[in-house]
Every structure is written in structure tokens, then in C-alpha cells.
Write a protein that binds this ligand. Structure first.
Ligand code: PSU
Ligand code: MN
Length: 306
């Protein structure tokens, strides 16, 4: 049923057919399903995101590790399985893949691992909500998401809604600059901050069309510069949140995490959960809408990347 290659990769039939016949494909991550949203909204959202990709003319490839296989393209049953298991699934970044694969275990792919598996499968564009970055206090904790390193080395365009203010946005931009990752604002000069359309930080370039996004990324690929490109797409105005309100919720969540000594891979899921709970679901509704918005942009852009 799956076409198997020797590198532990299994490409779903619909995705393999699309790639073979030169039709656009958009990769989607699975940590957002298991660790980013509660059940059943996580599964509903994942299926809606896939449908949005189809509605915009591309084939969705939700990515995860299941039973030790790197899967590019999941069935609805596999999405339901991951969504129900939720946090019990290992959140898998680059460093987690070897042991999970060797043991035949499951893993939810972060931005970093989704990029790795997308690139292995030959998928050029990937849509998500927010990326990991340099955490506040990283000057002492050294907590810098592996997502940034992956953007520096793996040739996939990542469409997101910026980064959450749980991160140090200024340091995240500095890191990306050092690593040579172009940060593009789609229709904006300012880095969007996930729940809000603005952050006070500028992007490297503003681009206003899907065609030009694709042209910039194609140029990067042609020059073999290595690494990806970060496209930041602001949340639609009507779903954006009051910056003062959301930032105060985030500040409280960070203070609680520090008090409880939460560190490493657990900090991002902890903060996401706290923010969702404290805003009584308002942030979850925004989160869902921005992911759909990013999936649509990625699908429209994928057509120009063939
Ligand atoms: N930020 C969000 N939503 C998410 C994540 C980050 O707003 O779901 C997830 C993504 O999968 C991202 C990962 O790749 O968390 C980053 O985790 P860490 O900070 O541990 O690298
Ligand atoms: Mn981290």
C-alpha cells in the first residue's frame, strides 16, 4: 500500500502519485496535533487543514513517525490515532528520530522533523502555525529550538504565522540572520506574532504574491545555498487577539513554568496548554484559523514551485 524506500520513509499513495505526476503537495506537521491542541479539536483541525490544502489545489501530506516508519501522508485513521494518544506520543525532533525508528515507535513531528521528512519525500513547502525559536532567557538556559537549525540546513519553505511571544522574537530573528535564513513577511513589513499581526520587529523582506514567494525560494534552491525559507503570514484581522491581553497571559504562563522548573522539550507544550486554558479557548479558535490561513497560502504557493 505504501511505497517503501530504504531510508525508513513511507510515502502515502496520494502523495506519491502527486509527486510523480508533478502536482503540488503541501507538508503538514503532527506535533501541533498531539501537543498543540486538545482532543478532539486537534483531529478536527488536522482534517480541516488537509481539506483546505485540497480546496486550494494541492495534495496534503501530514507527516509523523508511526511504528518506526517516517510517514509522508497519513490516513484519517492515523490522524485520529495520533490525536487520541495526544501527549503520550513522543514529541520528535531531529535528535529523536534514530531511536524511535530503531525501536519501531511513534513520534509526532515538530517543524524540524517535518522539514526533514518532507525533504526526503521531495516536498518543497510546509504549512504550520508557529515555529520554535530562541526562548526568553536563552542566554542562561541555551534553549534554542532545533527548528531554527533545521531552517538553516534543510531546503523546505515553511509557512507560519510568525512565532509566539513565548519566545524572544528579537533573538530568534538574530539567530535566523546568522544562519542565513530569509524571513519573509507575506503582505507585511512586520514579523507577525502568531495571535497578533504585529510584533514591533521587521522582517527581512515583504513579498505580496505567491508567485514571488516561489521565485525567491526557487532562486535559493538553484544557487544551492542550503536551508529553507521562513514565510510569515499574519493571522486574519478578524481572528487576531488583543496584544496586551495575550501577552499578559503568556507572561503569567512563563512565570509559572519557571516556578515549576519546566524545561527542555516540555516547555513549549506546557506554555501552549496554559495559554489555551487561560484564554478559555479564545486562543485555540485563533490558532485554528491561522493554521487554515497558512495551509491555503502554502497550497497556492506550491503550484509555483513545481
Ligand atoms: N509553537 C506553536 N505551536 C506549536 C509548536 C510551536 O505555536 O505547535 C510546536 C511545533 O511542532 C514546533 C515545536 O516545531 O512546538 C517546537 O518545540 P521546541 O520549542 O521544543 O523546539
Ligand atoms: Mn527547546
Amino acid at each position: 500500500m505504501y511505497s517503501t524506500t530504504d531510508n525508513h520513509l513511507s510515502v502515502a499513495p496520494a502523495v506519491a502519485e502527486a509527486l510523480a505526476s508533478g502536482r503540488p503537495v503541501v507538508a503538514l506537521e503532527s506535533t501541533i496535533i498531539t501537543h498543540g491542541m486538545p482532543y478532539p479539536q486537534n483531529v478536527e483541525t488536522a482534517l480541516r487543514v488537509e481539506q483546505t490544502v485540497r480546496d486550494n489545489g494541492a495534495v496534503p501530506a501530514t507527516i509523523a513517525v508511526i511504528g518506526g516508519r517516517l510517514k509522508a501522508g497519513l490516513s484519517a485513521e492515523e490522524i485520529e490515532y495520533l490525536g487520541r494518544k495526544g501527549m503520550a506520543v513522543t514529541k520528535a525532533s531531529r535528535r529523536d528520530l534514530p531511536v524511535l525508528v530503531a525501536r519501531g515507535e511513534d513520534g509526532a513531528t515538530t517543524v524540524a522533523t517535518t522539514m526533514i521528512i518532507a525533504a526526503m519525500a521531495g516536498i518543497r513547502v510546509f504549512a504550520t502555525g508557529g515555529i520554535g525559536g530562541v526562548h526568553r532567557g536563552a542566554e542562561t538556559t541555551m534553549d534554542i529550538s532545533a527548528d531554527l537549525e533545521e531552517l538553516a540546513r534543510t531546503p523546505v519553505m515553511v509557512v507560519c504565522a510568525g512565532a509566539k511571544a513565548i519566545l524572544d522574537l528579537g533573538l530568534t530573528l538574530e539567530y535566523l540572520e546568522t544562519k542565513g535564513v530569509p524571513v519573509i513577511g507575506f503582505g507585511t513589513d512586520e514579523l507577525p506574532a502568531f495571535y497578533t499581526r504585529t510584533s514591533g520587529f521587521g522582517v527581512d523582506y515583504r513579498i505580496d504574491s505567491e508567485e514571488e514567494l516561489a521565485a525567491a525560494f526557487r532562486a535559493k534552491l538553484a544557487m544551492r545555498l542550503g536551508g529553507g525559507m521562513l514565510v510569515t503570514n499574519p493571522i486574519p484581522e478578524r481572528y487576531s487577539m488583543d496584544p496586551q491581553y495575550i501577552n499578559s497571559v503568556i507572561d503569567e504562563a512563563i512565570a509559572e513554568a519557571n516556578r515549576r522548573g519546566i524545561r527542555g522539550k516540555h516547555i513549549t507544550p506546557f506554555l501552549l496548554d496554559r495559554v489555551a486554558t487561560r484564554t478559555d479557548g479564545e486562543s485555540l479558535a485563533s490558532n485554528i484559523q491561522l493554521v487554515l490561513n497558512n495551509a491555503a497560502l502554502a497550497a497556492r504557493t506550491a503550484k509555483f514551485l513545481l
